[in-house]
Design a protein around this ligand. Structure first.
Ligand SMILES: Nc1ncnc2c1ncn2[C@@H]1O[C@H](COP(=O)(O)OP(=O)(O)O)[C@@H](O)[C@H]1O
Ligand SMILES: [Mg+2]
Length: 227
């Protein structure tokens, strides 16, 4: 479904991604793990069309995404929760979550059905729906950013360091939500990054390691011992 082939990204003349190859089939769950500055965010931004490629290609269902402008990529069923959340602070939570779906011009019934499914997964967001995004705590903001990504990301979901900065109780809750999500959306592909893979192991089937803009390892996720 998603493939990165020898993707090269340069920023101000500096090579940031060097020949990144990644494959993600429908229903695949891939962790992208690497320390700060390794290139995780740049990989996600490249998939979303937010940084130009200087080499290689990114395909979605075989289609070269170079021909799909950034603002049309969500229409393909791709959702992205950036590490810095990027919510509109003066809009309410509900408005932030609806906005990308409204921009797609989804029929009203389809939009409401998607919102219902998202709020069913994240019931705590219903209580925050009328709050301004600028007034959310960091953890609440992460939930709202996940909800927004889910509304468009019916086929492919990109989560950039979702656990980063979450207090332990919220990280556990976020983990529960992800577990339910991957259980419910069997055909959805998931690409999720972290600097520490431990939190991701329960939700992924493979772990790709990135170092200085290069994929240096790809391994099946270790299976947890049965309880
Ligand atoms: N807008 C930018 N301008 C200059 N350098 C950048 C920019 N974005 C990323 N970089 C550099 O690219 C490298 C990879 O960054 P990033 O993809 O954010 O890594 P990660 O998400 O793994 O921490 C880092 O060396 C970072 O300094
Ligand atoms: Mg990053």
């Amino acid at each position: 479904m998603l493939s990165l082939e020898k993707v090269e990204v340069a920023i101000q003349g500096a090579r940031i991604l060097r020949g990144v190859d990644l494959e993600l089939p429908a229903g695949g769950r891939l962790a992208l793990v690497g320390r700060n500055g390794a290139g995780k965010t740049t990989t996600m931004r490249a998939i979303m069309g937010l940084v130009p490629l200087v080499g290689g290609a990114i395909r979605f269902d075989g289609r070269d995404l170079a021909r799909v402008p950034a603002h049309r990529r969500t229409a393909l069923g791709i959702g992205y929760a950036p590490e810095d959340r990027r919510l509109f602070p003066t809009f309410t939570v509900a408005e932030n979550v609806r906005l990308p779906a409204e921009l797609l011009g989804l029929p009203r019934g389809e939009l409401e059905a998607r919102l219902d499914r998202v709020f069913e997964l994240l019931p705590e967001l219903r209580e925050l729906a009328d709050r301004k995004a600028g007034a959310l705590s960091g953890g609440q903001g992460k939930m709202a950013a996940l909800a927004r990504a889910l509304v468009t990301g019916t086929r492919l979901l990109l989560l950039d360091e979702p656990f980063q900065g979450l207090a332990p109780a919220l990280a556990r809750r976020y983990g529960e939500i992800l577990a339910r999500l991957v259980e419910r959306e069997r055909a959805m592909a998931l690409l999720v990054s972290e600097s520490n893979p431990e939190l991701l192991i329960p939700f992924v089937d493979r772990v790709a390691t990135i170092e200085r803009g290069e994929i240096v390892g790809l391994a099946p996720a270790p299976r947890l011992a049965p309880p």
